[in-house]
Design a protein around this ligand. Sequence first.
Ligand code: FE
Length: 355
Amino acid sequence: MPIRDTDLIQAWTQVLTLSQLKPGQSVTVLTSDNTHPQTLRCAITAASLMGANVCRLDLPPVNGEKALSRDPLAYLGTTPLTGNPPAIAALKASDLVLDLMTLLFSPEQHEILSTGTKILLAMEPPEILARLVPTEADYRRVQAGVKLLQGKRVMRVTSAAGTDLHLPLGEYPITAEYGFVDQPGRWDHWPSGFVFTWPNEGAAHGRIVLNKGDVLLPQKSMVTEPITLTVDKGYVTRIEGGLDAELLREYIDSFADPEAYAISHIGWGLQKRAYWSTLGLYDREATIGMDARAVSGNFLFSLGPNNEAGGSRTTACHIDIPMRRCNVFVDDLQVVADGQVVESLMQEAEVTHAR
Ligand code: FE
């Protein structure tokens, strides 16, 4: 159902306030052909009412002819900023970039963040943004997740469906996605609410059994029959099953890049206002599937690049796979039990993260 501009302006005001936007700061709204017009006008209105100097940078889309879908994450690599120094300079000179285009997984994004500019990505339709508008409580819950992951040596994931995955940890940082940008040089994505890291290079091994109801993104489809992924030395080496497995294999193979089979980020969802069921309620082009990525108690893993974490792997293919009904252990501590966050651990950890 559509929402009123006033509601979305209020939501933007909340996000910008949590992002510590101050009068006189420069906000650049980065847009392209896929930008939602209501999100754009409400972002500009909210930032202007808060006293920011607001400008808009609109860039033509790229890679559409290479991608197999219109999803903004369907093909990574070059972006409209590649080889575009004036546009990069404008973003570097801004205190805050509101990314309504999708700059994720690009060297240009790193370059801009390194100057202290904050970047907040927002692509979901207005009513999803409004439902999942971040709060201080979301921040505390995600930081509690970070605390549980800190210093751990291995993540292990099991499920009644047959998943038994070993993910040695320690080489890569922990990332907290809570939906606003409260530190200089911080990137985040509204909506969010999850914690993740990356397995040590070449170390992930075991078996993943995707079961009925698990979600493939950017396919934005639910698996209808089991798909078994064999993982060895950090890569998926076999994809077995029926038609769903065949289609997944075909999609990845279309990129003709062995790096597309690497295990990328791994973590679990913490957002209680996100739902599994919303994916089935939207046209595929209307959403990028953040509900499934963030829903409390999922195990979210992905295939593809690790350059976001400081690794050297870049590949145009990136698939996020939120899984239901998994058990997630960090060292010997169980943090997700049969698809539910172990809430007693969270309450304990949240108390120490009040600010
Ligand atoms: Fe991802």
